[in-house]
Design a protein around this ligand. Structure first.
Ligand SMILES: Cc1ncc(COP(=O)(O)O)c(C=O)c1O
Length: 462
C-alpha cells in the first residue's frame, strides 16, 4: 500500500478552540511576539515542541493506574529500570524529572571552569548547563549540517577531524566527556550514522574521554539508520538502538520525546563511582534514587512508552508524517533543512526572508506570521536562541542558521491537521516580501528565548 496510515485509533479527543485573525494579532502584541507566552487555548495547531506532548496509549494509561507510589523501592521503579536496561544496556539507571535535570547532575560532577565539551550540536539546555559550570560547549557538526539545502543522509554526524583537532588544541585533560545528540535537534533533527558513533567512540577512547549520548530521540535515530545505512535494513530497531548505546559510556535522556511520556527523564552510566556521586546529588534536588522527582505512575508510563516507541509500524508512520509536511512545502519553494528531520521540519528563515538581517531575527518574524495566519505555534532556532554576545561590548554575533522549527507531537495530529499547516505556511510564503523583522525589547540572562519580548521593525538589507 502507498498510503501510510496512523497506526492507532482515537479513543479520547480534545477540542481545539478556533480563533480569528484579529484575536491572534491582539494576543501576539500582548505577549511581545513571543509564542512561549501564548496560552495553549489560543493555539490551533501546537508545533512548539515534540517534548512532553505525546498522546499516551491505552496501555500507558493503564500503567498509570498500576503505578506503585511507595516512596522507596517501588515496583514501578524496577519495571522502569529493567526496561531501560534492556534497551539501553547501562548498569546504572537514575530517574530524573526531565532531561535537563540529568544534564545538571552529570555536568555538576564532571565539568568545571576551563573544561570543554564537544558535541555534534549541543541542545540549548545542554549548552546552558555546561556554561553554568563555567565550561565551554563546542559544536562540531559535519560541514553538510551548516548548509540547510544540502542533501546528506546523516547530517547529525560529528566532524571527526575537528574532534581530533580540538583534543590536540585544548588537551584531553580539559575534556571531561564528549557527547552526541541523537537525533541532532538543534541541527535540524538529523540523524547520526552508526559508523560516525563508532568513530567518535574510537577517538575519545584513545584519550580515555567518556562518551555520552544525549539520547532523547534514540528510536527515531535508530530507524533512520535502518532506512539509510548499509547493513542495517534487516536489523530490528531495538538491535540498532542497542548497538548505538554499546559505544557509549552513559547517556542523558528526556523521556518526554522517545519515552512517549508527558514528563520524565533519566541518567545512565556504567561507572559505579560516578553513579554514587550522581545519586547523592539526586537526593539533594530530585528525590530518592528510585523515583528521582517522578511519581510511580510516570515511571510506568515511561517503561511502556520506551517499548512502544520501538514498534516499527509506529516509526514508519512517524517518519512518514514529518516527511509529508516537509515535502509538501518544499515542492512549492519553501526553503527547508533537507532532508526533513525525524521529529520536525525546519524552515530556513534566512533563505525565505533574505530582506531581514539576522539580528532582526527573521526566524522570530516568521514564527509570528505563522501564528497570525493559521494559529500555528512554532519556535525560532536561530539568533534569538543562539546568538553569541561579547561579554565586554554586549555586541551580538548571529547564529549560523536562522531556522523555524515545526515539531510534530507524537500520535497527536492527523493528516488533515498537517494539510492545514501546509496551507498556512504556503499562504505566508506568498506574502513573504512584506514580512517585517523584530527588535528584542527584553531579554533574561539565560535561555532568553523563553521570556524575551519583541517589537516589529522596518528592516531591509536594501
Ligand atoms: C536534544 C535535547 N536534549 C535535551 C533536552 C532537554 O530535555 P527536557 O526538556 O526534558 O529537560 C531536549 C529537550 O527538548 C532536547 O531536545
Amino acid at each position: 500500500m502507498k498510503t501510510i496510515i496512523e497506526p492507532f485509533k482515537i479513543k479520547v479527543v480534545e477540542p481545539i478552540r478556533m480563533t480569528t485573525r484579529e484575536e491572534r494579532e491582539r494576543i501576539l502584541k500582548q505577549v511581545g511576539y513571543n509564542l512561549f507566552l501564548v496560552r495553549s487555548d489560543d493555539v490551533l495547531i501546537d508545533l512548539l515542541t515534540d517534548s512532553g506532548t505525546a498522546a499516551m496509549s491505552a496501555e500507558q494509561w493503564a500503567g498509570v493506574m498500576r503505578g506503585d507510589e511507595a516512596y522507596a523501592c517501588s515496583r514501578s521503579f524496577y519495571r522502569f529500570r529493567d526496561t531501560v536496561q534492556s534497551i539501553f544496556g547501562f548498569k546504572h539507571v537514575i530517574p530524573t524529572h526531565q532531561g535537563r535535570a540529568a544534564e545538571r547532575i552529570l555536568f555538576s560532577i564532571l565539568c568545571k571552569e576551563g573544561h570543554v565539551v564537544p558535541n555534534n550540536t549541543h541542545f540549548d539546555t545542554t549548552r546552558a548547563n555546561i556554561e553554568f559550570r563555567g565550561a565551554e560547549a563546542v559544536d562540531l557538526p559535519v560541514p553538510e549540517a551548516l548548509h540547510p539545502a544540502a542533501l546528506h543522509p546523516f547530517k547529525g554526524n560529528m566532524d571527526i577531524h575537528k574532534l581530533e583537532e580540538l583534543i590536540d588544541r585544548v588537551g584531553p585533560e580539559r575534556i571531561p566527556l564528549g557527547m552526541m545528540t541523537v537525533t541532532n535537534n538543534s541541527g535540524g533533527g538529523q540523524p547520526a550514522s552508526m559508523a560516525n558513533l563508532r568513530e567518535v567512540k574510537k577517538v575519545l577512547a584513545r584519550y580515555n574521554i567518556p562518551f555520552y549520548l544525549d539520547a532523547c530521540r534514540f528510536a527515531e535515530n535508530a530507524y533512520f539508520i535502518k532506512l539509510r545505512e548499509a547493513g542495517y535494513a534487516d536489523k530490528t530497531v531495538r538491535e540498532i538502538a542497542k548497538e548505538m548505546f554499546s559505544y557509549a559510556d552513559g547517556c542523558t535522556m528526556s523521556a518526554k520525546k522517545d519515552g512517549l511520556a508527558n514528563i520524565g527523564g533519566f541518567l545512565c552510566t556504567h561507572n559505579d563511582t560516578l553513579a554514587e556521586q550522581e545519586r547523592d546529588l539526586l537526593i539533594l534536588t530530585e528525590g530518592f534514587p528510585t523515583y528521582g522527582g517522578l511519581a510511580g505512575r510516570d515511571l510506568e508510563a515511561i517503561a511502556i512508552g520506551l517499548e512502544e516507541v520501538l514498534h516499527e509500524d509506529y516509526l514508519e508512520y512517524r517518519i512518514a508524517s514529518t516527511k509529508y509536511l516537509g515535502e509538501h512545502i518544499a515542492r512549492e519553494g519553501v526553503p527547508i533543512v533537507q532532508p526533513p528531520g525525524g521529529h520536525a521540519v525546519y524552515i530556513d528563515a534566512k533563505a525565505m526572508l533574505p530582506h531581514i538581517p539576522p539580528l532582526h531575527y527573521p526566524g522570530q518574524a516568521l514564527v509570528a506570521e505563522l501564528y497570525v495566519e493559521g494559529g500555528i505555534r512554532s519556535v525560532e532556532i536561530g539568533s534569538v536562541m543562539f546568538a553569541r554576545k561579547n561579554p565586554k561590548t554586549g555586541k551580538e554575533s548571529p547564529a549560523s542558521n536562522e531556522l523555524v522549527r515545526l515539531a510534530i507531537p507524537r500520535r497527536v495530529y492527523t493528516q488533515s491537521h498537517i494539510d492545514f499547516v501546509v496551507e498556512t505556511i504556503l499562504q505566508v510564503y506568498e506574502r513573504r516580501d512584506k514580512i517585517q523583522g523584530m527588535r528584542m525589547t527584553y531579554e533574561a540572562p539565560f535561555l532568553r528565548h523563553f521570556t524575551a519580548r519583541f517589537e516589529k521593525v522596518k528592516s531591509s538589507f536594501a
